[in-house]
Ligand binder design. Structure first.
Ligand SMILES: Cc1ncc(C[n+]2csc(CCOP(=O)(O)OP(=O)(O)O)c2C)c(N)n1
Ligand code: SF4
Ligand SMILES: [Mg+2]
Length: 295
């Protein structure tokens, strides 16, 4: 087979994002990561919910699904469970994943389903034109919060670590090289990978701008020396300072890998059960359990 380039992973549909949207970078990095891995485009499935960020799979070649707001993870689980041979990547936004879809996060992580979740975190609802999201800073203005939001932001990294994700990282849409490396690692990781991408929305979020992040990023692996990626307590400790820069102008935002461990995936566990009791027998047992019983 001929060597594929990043362009070979792009569909003929042109993105409709605003000029300068961070999501362009995520699309480019994803195409590059897939090219570096020489994945067969027909065996990669992008699944998204609804949002500007969730439009991303439309711009990728292959079998992709633009589903319902907050339900990308559930759809992706269905694809992966029925076709474990496919690489399934969820493209989601901070609203899609941590507002309406938040109930799915604990379960996809604790089951270690072999999916890659890429969340484009612009800290705002972009598609619906500027409402604050679960990751918005306190005091952030939006179309429905003219006096600034009084809500406290969630910390996606800490949540996903708590829920049991086996690969957790953060990267930045303004750094194509770093993003490509992280997305590639996340796709290669066996188990649930969560990548939070700081992805500026220049149209509606004037605080989390490229100008702001230019001086506010620190690489936790290279600069803070976080190299034992199996150290859960250390990962949590660093994650606690995920958004210190919201309050302290001298504090930095993180990029890098917080945590990476190998554990049996959901699919591995299913195979173990089948091997123990036999496929036919396990199906028969299920049928017996589900049969209506006379009272
Ligand atoms: C069930 C349902 N509720 C609400 C909406 C409206 N809606 C569409 S996208 C969106 C928020 C998107 O925010 P985010 O996931 O952060 O994506 P972004 O546009 O910022 O990339 C909302 C509330 C919807 N489409 N469906
Ligand atoms: S509104 Fe924001 S997130 Fe949506 S396309 Fe424009 S810049 Fe990107
Ligand atoms: Mg958003």
């Amino acid at each position: 087979m001929a060597v594929l380039t990043a362009k070979d992973y792009r569909s003929e549909v042109e993105p409709t994002w605003c000029p300068g949207c961070g999501d362009f970078g995520v699309l480019n990095a994803t195409a590059r990561a897939l090219a570096e891995l020489q994945k067969d485009p027909a065996k990669v499935v992008g699944v998204s919910g609804i949002g500007c960020s969730s439009r991303l799979p439309l711009f990728l070649k292959g079998y992709n699904a633009h589903t319902l707001h907050g339900r990308a993870i559930t759809f992706a689980i269905g694809v992966k469970v029925s076709r474990p041979d496919l690489d399934v990547i969820v493209f989601t936004g901070d609203g899609d994943m941590f507002s309406i879809g938040s109930g799915h996060n604990p379960h996809v992580a604790r089951r270690n389903i072999d999916l890659t979740i890429i969340m484009m975190d612009n800290k705002v609802y972009g598609l619906t034109k500027n409402q604050v999201s679960p990751t918005s800073r306190e005091g952030q203005y939006g179309s429905l919060t003219p006096y600034g939001t009084i809500d406290h932001p969630v910390n996606p990294i800490q949540y996903m670590l708590t829920f049991g994700a086996t690969y957790v990282a953060q990267t930045y849409a303004g750094n194509l090289k770093h993003m490509t490396k992280i997305i590639k690692e996340a796709i290669e990781h066996k188990g649930l990978s969560f990548v939070n991408v700081i992805s500026p929305c220049p149209t509606f979020n004037k605080l989390d701008s490229y100008k702001f992040y230019k001086d506010h990023l620190v690489d936790i692996n290279e600069e803070l020396g976080h190299t034992d990626l199996t150290d859960y307590k250390k990962a949590m400790d660093i994650a606690m300072h995920w958004a210190d820069y919201y309050h302290d102008p001298n504090a930095k935002a993180h990029i890098g890998v917080y945590y990476k461990v190998e554990k049996p995936t959901y699919h591995d566990m299913v195979e173990q059960v089948k091997a123990k009791v036999g496929h036919e027998e396990s199906i028969q047992k299920l049928i017996d359990v589900c049969k209506p019983k006379a009272i």
